[in-house]
Each structure stands twice: as structure tokens, then as C-alpha cells.
Design a protein around this ligand. Sequence first.
Ligand code: ADE
Ligand code: ZN
Length: 340
Amino acid sequence: MDLRALPKAELHLHIEGTFEPEAIFAMAERNGVTLKYPNVEALRHAYAFTDPQSFLDCRYDCMRVLQKEEDFYELTAAYLLRAHGQNVRHAEIFFDPQAHTQRGVSFHVVVDGIRAAMREAERERGITSHLILCFLRDRPVQSARTTLEEALAYGEGIVGVGLDSAERGNPPSKFSGVFDQARAEGFLAVAHAGEEGPPAYIWEALDLLKVRRIDHGVACMQDGALVQRLVRQQTPLTVCPLSNLRLRVVDTLADHPLKAMLEAGLCATVNSDDPAYFGGYVTENYDAVTRALLLDGDAVITLAKNSFQASFLDDATKRRHLLDIEQWAALNVPKRTPSA
Ligand code: ADE
Ligand code: ZN
């Protein structure tokens, strides 16, 4: 199956995580920034992460080269061009404003650059996208509050709030007040939970942050009552297989719980998280899990359908994309003949 052509939505994608080493070095030179690494090869070498924290440290260092509106535009335009090439029809894009504002880049510079590329990609290529602001959970709550105020002052253009960065020791409960305020202002809520953190963090994200989706969420498989609840509510989980492998959440992809999650009736989706750092964009994630877990055509179709069902698109648009998947399936997935 050529999964590149499968119509899909991407719901767990950090725009700063699409920064390819070559682009990092080109921008560093343009902006006069000295990186910790002497060249592209050395930087790629540093991508042998031992855990989520070692990845985050590297990623935050690379981000220093993003300084001007055109830098954020370029980063986002490059991602959307690649995504379009993989038949991503719709992307819900995370960004980390605090990682930029804390080093003196204004909120407006970041969001204006990203949104200019989003508008252009929709106009020129028909790929739609939404923007979701993530609070850094390893920063003080007050910093998240200030960031929410900046988003409110910015106005239209950001559909939701999320929660990312180092999970352990930073439970969702720390941010329940900020999320209350964000939801009251009309933002849709999502949160990273159950990547390296325990199932208890997923419960908190549901009960305290009242999220519409859980990002990662693979730890739910350790808690039967939690799985039952997620299945009953059909709360989507934005799973990122290659990220889980590279950050050592699983030892091998054959150990990944995605197949078991689908079999349990969970609304799981496949996403790339930080593709430039983890060795693959969304199609490579579909390909890798399909091979490692021997997923059949029906499972792949379910994943693609889930990606639109779980999106923040309106129902009529979802239906249109679901029909396109049916058409793709009719041409590409062999019909199962009932066994005698
Ligand atoms: N920010 C970007 N990628 C992340 C991940 N995998 N976990 C937590 N925060 C992140
Ligand atoms: Zn993530």
C-alpha cells in the first residue's frame, strides 16, 4: 500500500520539531547565531536521544536561531509543503510561544510568521490547518498565564491550547486554573499525557483540564478502567510511534501498543510529533507501524478515518475527507474474502 497517497490529518505536530538540520544551519548563519554543533553531521549525531529530556534540551538549543517573522514563515511553509506531498489534507499545528518569548522574540513575530505560511498553503495547495498554543509544563504557572494573556491580546487565529515539554513531575493539575480560563475564552483544550508520565496524568488531563484529546496517551494501556473510559467517550489519542521509539518510550516498534489500542476500541491516530528529530514525517510513521505491527488494510483505514474524526474540523468537512478515504480504500485495499 502506498500510504503516502492515503488522505490523512496530522494532529500532533510541533512546528519547532520540523526544523531540519540543514535549515537550522542556514538560518543560524543568516542570523549570526553560533550553534553548539560544528556542522550538520554533528547535529544529526546528537539526535541519539536517551530520553525525552535529552531531546528537549537539543531542541530548545536549535530554536535559538528562529528570530524573525520570516524565519517562522519559512519553517512552517517547509512543513506544509512536505505534508502536502504526503497527502496530509489538514494539520493541527502546535507551537511553543514561551520558548521564543523567553529569549526576547515577541508573540506577534512568532504567530504572524506561522499564520502567513498557513494561509498561503491553504490558498495555493488546499491544505487546511489550525494552530494550537502549547504551554511549557516545566515552567511556572504564571508564565503560562502571561502567555494566555498574550494570545488573548493577539486575537483570532489560535484555536486551542495544549500542554507539552517535560512531563514527569509536572502533572496536568498544575495548570487547571489556566486551562479553566482558556476554555472559558473559547479555546479548545488538549494535553500531552501518558507519554513518559503515569496513567494518573491522563485522568487529570480529562477531569481537570477537560481536554478534547490526549496527546500520546500510550500509558493508558496500564490502566483498564482508564481504557474503558477513553473507549466509552471515544476520546482521541494522538499517538506518535517513531517519537516513542526514539525517546525510548518503547524498546522496539514491535512492542508498540498501537495495535492493542485499536483492538481495545480506542480512537487512536498516527502522527509525527517532531519529525525532523525522530526520523520520519507522518507517512513514515504509518509505514513503520504497519510493518512492525503487521497492521492490515482495515486498521490503516481506521487510523486515517480517526485522524479526521478526531480533528477540530466541522462535520461536513470531516464527511468529505472520510469519503475520500473510502475512495482510496476501494482502489488500494484488497477486499477481504470471507473464509470458508
Ligand atoms: N515537545 C515537543 N515534543 C515533545 C514530546 N515528545 N514530549 C513532550 N513535549 C514535547
Ligand atoms: Zn508532542
